[in-house]
Design a protein around this ligand. Structure first.
Ligand SMILES: Cc1cc2nc3c(=O)[nH]c(=O)nc-3n(C[C@H](O)[C@H](O)[C@H](O)COP(=O)(O)OP(=O)(O)OC[C@H]3O[C@@H](n4cnc5c(N)ncnc54)[C@H](O)[C@@H]3O)c2cc1C
Length: 245
């Protein structure tokens, strides 16, 4: 049977939280929201007074919670949609949302295979939804997150990740910094490479489920690294945050 067509629903902004100087988490109320799985995304559509429309995709940052959803948006300089969502959108202003979208890049609590999450920049958003869903389900499935960010100031959810790495048994978090690292960080800033994935991921023979998300080049590099390390391509699920305009 075909899935019912997705419909646009009017969303209202409930709360906006700063994650970094250039990223905000937006909490939205979406009457009629049907629920979603961690890893799925939505399309967000803006309509100008003259009828001009622009739509972009944004991952859902938190597990299903009734009619409330969370997105985390990174401001793209000169972008059409992200600066509006971050700086202009006010509580009460309607914006349309369609979803949930995507059925492959999802994690289900019934999956007990170890999980490797590899994030590049804002690609951490759907992976955070998975880590949060693991906690909400009381799952003991071991999770490892390798998170590549430019600098410590660019890390989304920094306090929560620190807390989860301490309190959520079986969740391991490793950072790779590409531009500047904290003072007491071992090593030099670098782009993610085989040593990072080999040391902080899972051995391929454990058959983990791997989720890789970020800019297109990052995702392709990491997916190739994983396959090169012996992971089955069908166990490597990817989501590319390329431009969608
Ligand atoms: C499945 C999916 C999920 C996504 N989830 C998120 C998310 O959770 N959080 C988030 O912040 N973004 C996410 N994105 C990216 C998002 O859809 C937009 O592409 C981004 O917000 C830029 O839109 P804009 O209208 O501001 O910029 P545009 O007006 O589209 O682009 C302005 C300029 O920036 C360049 N550009 C566009 N997008 C990007 C980008 N992603 N990175 C670098 N340069 C870009 C364009 O080529 C152009 O030159 C996701 C994309 C996809 C496909």
């Amino acid at each position: 049977m075909n899935a019912p067509p997705l419909t646009w629903r009017v969303a209202r902004l409930v709360e906006r939280r700063a994650e970094t100087p250039t990223a905000r988490t937006l909490v939205l109320d979406v009457p009629g929201w049907p629920g979603h799985l961690p890893g799925q995304h939505v399309d967000v559509r803006l309509t100008a007074a003259d009828g001009y429309q622009a739509a972009r995709s944004y991952s859902l940052a938190a597990p299903a919670d009734g009619e409330r959803i969370e997105l985390t948006v990174q401001r793209v300089p000169d972008g059409e949609v992200s600066p509006y969502l971050i700086d202009v959108w006010a509580p009460g202003d309607p914006v349309e949302v369609r979803g949930p979208v995507g059925g492959w890049f999802v994690w289900r609590a019934a999956d007990t295979a170890p999980v490797l999450l590899v994030a590049g920049g804002s690609g951490v958003v759907p992976l955070m939804a998975m880590a949060r869903a693991r906690r909400a389900a009381g799952s003991r499935t071991p999770f490892r997150l390798i998170y590549s960010a430019r600098t410590p100031e660019d890390v989304f959810y920094a306090d929560e990740l620190r807390r989860r790495a301490r309190d959520d048994r079986g969740l391991d978090v490793t950072y790779v910094y590409t531009r500047a690292a904290p003072v007491r960080w071992r090593g030099e800033p670098h782009r993610i490479g085989p040593a990072d994935v080999n040391t902080h991921g899972w051995p391929a023979d454990l058959e983990p489920l791997c989720y890789v998300c970020g800019p297109t080049g990052f995702v392709e590099t990491v997916a190739d690294l994983l396959v090169g390390l012996g992971h089955q391509p069908r166990r490597v699920r990817t989501e590319r945050f390329g431009p969608t305009g």
